[in-house]
Design a protein. Structure first.
Length: 273
């Protein structure tokens, strides 16, 4: 599943490629995603200029004067820029046709979503899919003090808390494992047991891990490509993720793994306490 770095890489690509272009048409090829793609998008948006592309967690927000398209890439979705007249691919569900090219949403597993939020309804951040999300990990609101306060009294394992999206948003499975390794914290540690210094270290590790992943173009484990079709490279630099049985890059102890709720967790038993 694309996580925050992958979605941010896509956002930056779309901002550089499509912002400022006029939308000439919307082609709704197959509406069957997690929720049906809204009808009437062509009538709403034809002739409108894409003003901005923002991100909230793992959601992309494409801003037009009448409102916002809110896009989630699900498990296998991609948004790529194609030249005008490029052949349609299998699983191309939606095309946003601009002057000079087309944005195509391709989603083989159909867990993605395209939602419409009308400007008359106010800020898109109040949309039901966005309003309950935690703080942005790369914002000034996320630091050790905030994390320490949010973990008080929480018995849940710290990795599960990171993944929940209720405290901090967008830290998916890959980057939770990597951040906890950088901070020297075992994933199964109850959140309430983290001291303020350890929360400071973890918040810094989350920010650093996500920033490094964005700089590397995200992680491509199976499907992810950026808006220009390039794959990410962070997976080549991972410290623990997908390295079960291999020596720790710091201490040579074999990396361990276990599966919880269909997610793999990786950690070093020596470096992470």
């Amino acid at each position: 599943m694309p996580e925050l770095p992958e979605v941010e890489v896509v956002r930056r690509g779309l901002a550089a490629t499509a912002v400022g272009r006029a939308l000439t048409g919307v082609v709704r090829r197959s509406p069957a995603l997690r929720w049906p793609i809204p009808e009437g998008l062509h009538d709403r948006l034809a002739g409108r200029v894409l003003r901005a592309v923002e991100r909230r967690g793992k959601y992309l927000l494409l801003s037009f004067d009448p409102g916002w398209l809110i896009v989630h890439l699900g498990m296998s979705g991609t948004i790529t820029w194609a030249p005008a007249g490029a052949p349609v691919r299998l699983h191309d569900h939606l095309e946003l046709v601009f002057d000079g090219g087309t944005l195509r949403l391709n989603d083989p597993r159909r867990f993605g979503a395209v939602l419409w939020h009308d400007a008359a309804a106010g800020t898109p951040f109040a949309h039901p899919r966005l309003v309950g999300l935690g703080v942005e990990p790369l914002s000034d609101a996320f630091d050790g003090a905030m994390l320490h306060g949010a973990t008080r009294g929480r018995r849940v394992a710290i990795k599960q808390l990171l993944l929940s999206g209720t405290v901090v948003v967008g830290v998916g499975n890959i980057y939770a494992s990597e951040s906890l390794f950088r901070a020297g914290i075992r994933p199964s540690t109850p959140a309430r047991r983290l001291s303020r210094p350890r929360c400071d270290a973890l918040a810094a590790a989350v920010r650093g891990t996500l920033s490094d992943a964005i700089a590397a173009g995200g992680s491509t484990l199976r499907d992810f490509v950026s808006s220009d079709g390039e794959i990410g490279g962070f997976q080549h630099d991972s410290l623990v993720y997908d390295r079960a049985g291999l020596p720790c890059r710091r201490c040579d102890t074999p990396i361990r793994t276990r599966h919880d709720q269909q997610r793999a967790t990786y950690w070093c038993p020596r470096c992470q306490r």
